[in-house]
Design a protein around this ligand. Structure first.
Ligand code: NAP
Length: 302
């Protein structure tokens, strides 16, 4: 039995279009509607046949839906919720895919009082954005974290959970505040570090840009994948999850200072111990099926 029969997706970029593809593949009888603020994205979504109907306004997309998923940047959630509030059917469940949950919960509480809300965050993505970037298997064997409020309707939580399982994801339920702290370490801080390293390298004067690119296989290029992520999305993530990111950044700076001291004083044991621990973390990620087990991310070396 389908958890929802009529799904509306607002925001048809990487995540929104991937949900559309995955619903088409896994629940083909679901009636899909979509909307994006950008007319060019709407035109592209129609050309790609992402949904049965692509509406010109958020309100028109949701009038008949029993599940509405907001797939816009975190900073736009409040405005989108406000724009569609008046058109939501009474029995509809509203969800989202935002990378930070505390700020989105606050926006929904303000703009959608009395509406059944079950926030979600699929921990899956690529460095691409836009409607052409989506694909049906993006969520396969990836975690989707639901962060319902303590008094959320358990039946609605169960339906959203089943929806994500049907798209191939494994579902976990978490408190929004805890989610924001966990993701600050596993996602937000790594992005900030990648943005910094790539920025630092491109600012260097003694090493030319062509040298940075030419010798990037030494490690640099792996950071550039993360640092190529969507600027709007990531600006909003850092502004929305400020507290948790600043806390993790403080810890990171302290650990970096310890490493700096170990290098300065020639403390090889300290370096060796840390690098041994970090190698084990990589092994655990692979054992948990969260990355390609082949060396060098499975790149072909012909
Ligand atoms: P994306 O590819 O840039 O798509 C976002 C889409 O939303 C764009 O087409 C954008 O249109 C549209 N949009 C912006 N404001 C809007 C509004 N007010 N009304 C309607 N549409 C609007 O971004 P994405 O990667 O799919 O990210 C979407 C959400 O998923 C974000 O909240 C992000 O935090 C979350 N998320 C992302 C990832 C990831 O790896 N990318 C993973 C998990 C969760 P424009 O062309 O005008 O910008």
């Amino acid at each position: 039995m389908l958890p929802f029969a009529r799904v509306a997706i607002v925001g048809l970029g990487l995540i929104g279009s991937s949900i559309a593809h995955a619903v088409r593949a896994q629940m083909p009888t679901v009636r899909l509607t979509g909307h994006d603020a950008d007319p060019a994205v709407r035109a592209r979504a129609r050309a790609l046949d992402l949904a049965d109907d692509i509406a010109d306004t958020a309100g028109a997309a949701v009038t008949d839906a029993d599940l509405v998923i907001l797939c816009v940047p975190v900073g736009a959630m409040r405005d989108v919720a406000e724009a569609l509030a008046a058109d939501l059917p009474a029995d509809c469940v509203v969800s989202d895919v935002g990378s930070c949950k505390g700020s989105v919960a606050a926006a929904f509480a303000e703009m959608l009082p009395g509406v059944t809300v079950v926030p979600a965050h699929p921990v899956a993505g690529t460095e691409r954005s836009g409607p052409d970037a989506g694909f049906a298997t993006l969520f396969h064997r990836r975690w989707c974290i639901l962060t319902p409020a303590g008094d959320a309707d358990p039946a609605a939580v169960m339906r959203v959970s089943t929806f994500w399982e049907r798209l191939g994801a494994d579902v976990e339920i978490m408190d929004a505040r805890h989610h924001d702290l966990v993701l600050a370490v596993t996602s937000h801080l790594p992005h900030l570090i990648a943005y910094t390293i790539v920025g630092t390298a491109s600012d260097l004067e003694e090493v030319t840009e062509s040298e940075v690119i030419k010798y990037s296989a030494g490690g640099f290029r792996d950071f550039t994948r993360i640092a190529a992520s969507d600027p709007t999305m990531w600006r909003d993530v850092f502004l929305s999850n400020k507290e948790a990111v600043l806390e993790m950044l403080q810890r990171f700076s302290e650990d970096l200072t310890v490493l700096q001291r170990a290098i300065r004083w020639g403390d090889g044991d300290a370096l060796f111990d840390l690098f041994t621990r970090t190698r084990a973390v990589r092994r655990s990620i692979i054992e948990h099926g969260q990355d390609d087990p082949r060396p060098d991310f499975g790149r072909e070396h012909i």
